[in-house]
Ligand binder design. Structure first.
Ligand SMILES: Nc1nc2c(ncn2[C@@H]2O[C@H](COP(=O)(O)OP(=O)(O)OP(=O)(O)O)[C@@H](O)[C@H]2O)c(=O)[nH]1
Length: 345
């Protein structure tokens, strides 16, 4: 009982999604005791359910025969299911979806059912309580990772996940696997763009902050519509946004950012009318640190701003064409020269 309570507490204390899923699994199997099987399945709307995490030897043996119909039913009407099948209580329920997207998750379980066992509805009631604690925690994680106005990822999330997005997934880290899913399927190079609304101060000054905020909100919506679901979309604060995407080459990355630029330019913003944005982008190398890569994209963005705005510039292309000088990057391990900063030399 004590360890179950500890695990319930651990669900509420999980600071990342991988830990949260693992703890939920452990807690449910502890609750069911004995020879319980528990699994978390990801269910793409049209695709098959894929097992993401499991504990217990037989859920997966019986998974092929037993789970698909249960999972399909939960997915189609969204209601919890509990059944006694071949002397086992089997159940499945939808977990609270994360606002960060990704496929919906289903928790499925099976446990022996004998004369001494708890009634099936009691079992499902207890598991539903755990799923609610999970739901609260997912909302909290979303809250700390999202920008409150646009619901895009925030700067803190960028800094914390940048390394993981660029390094290959490790088999024992489910969260990394999830985050890398897009990149792993598509081993195209990564590109980072900084997007900045043109003359945003003017918009605020002419129409007021409320309409300025509406422009920011619509920018977020346009980003979600224009970029693919596997691309990572951030608001860095103010009127600055960042996109991290995979594209096979510079031309295709450019075409994607151009498409976004045009969609902003042609969107009728309420009251404000036409709004444009400037975009600077750069190739992301595996050894890059966030400040360097954002610095290069910023450099290309300044060029776009200085050369008429409402345009997309690529750092490597500007460099190749001799239009900008190479940006000095900090050698590894030295963030800045503190003596120079305070003019002590
Ligand atoms: N409405 C609103 N305004 C914001 C927010 N954050 C920053 N701003 C405003 O965004 C404006 C940014 O202005 P500048 O950095 O001068 O740039 P700009 O006017 O967009 O000009 P260029 O970037 O050179 O095209 C400032 O007026 C900020 O007050 C926000 O969350 N909401």
């Amino acid at each position: 009982m004590l360890s179950l309570l500890r695990n319930v507490e651990a669900i509420s204390a999980s600071r990342n999604r991988a830990k949260l899923h693992y703890t939920l699994l452990r807690t449910v199997s502890l609750l069911l005791g004995g020879k319980a099987d528990v699994g978390i399945f990801a269910c793409a709307p049209q695709g098959e359910a894929t097992l993401r995490l499991c504990s217990g030897p037989t859920i997966m043996n019986s998974a092929l025969a037993l789970w698909p119909p249960l999972l399909d039913q939960v997915r189609s009407d969204g209601r919890d299911i509990t059944r006694v099948v071949h002397g086992r209580v089997c159940g499945a329920l939808m977990l609270q979806a994360s606002e960060l997207g990704g496929e919906p998750l289903i928790l499925a379980y099976g446990t022996d059912h004998g004369p001494q066992s708890k009634p099936a509805d009691e079992v499902s009631g207890e598991i539903a309580v755990l799923a609610r604690i999970y739901g609260n925690q997912i909302r909290l994680l979303d809250y700390s990772e999202l920008d409150s106005l646009t619901r895009l990822l925030n700067r803190k999330t960028f800094d914390e996940t940048f390394d993981r997005l660029l390094t290959p997934p490790t088999p024992d880290d489910d969260e990394v696997m999830d985050e890398r899913r897009h990149a792993a399927q598509n081993d195209s190079p990564a590109w980072l763009a900084v997007i900045d609304i043109d003359h945003f101060k003017r918009i605020n000054d002419s129409f007021g902050h409320l309409f300025g905020d509406e422009v920011l909100l619509r920018m977020g919506e346009l980003m979600r519509k224009t970029f693919r679901s596997g691309d990572r979309l951030f608001r860095f604060g103010g009127e600055e946004f960042v996109v991290l995407l995979n594209a096979p080459d510079e031309a295709q990355a450019l075409a994607t950012f151009e498409r976004f630029r045009v969609s902003v330019e042609s969107h009728p913003f309420p009251q404000v009318g036409t709004v444009t944005c400037s975009i600077g982008f750069t190739a992301v190398a595996e050894t890059d640190v966030p400040t360097d890569v954002v610095g290069r994209a910023d450099e290309a963005l300044y060029f776009a701003k200085d050369n008429g705005r409402n345009r997309v510039s690529c750092y490597e292309r500007l460099l190749g064409d001799g239009l900008i000088a190479r940006k000095e990057e900090a050698p590894a391990g030295t963030d800045f020269d503190i003596d120079a900063l305070f003019d002590l030399k």
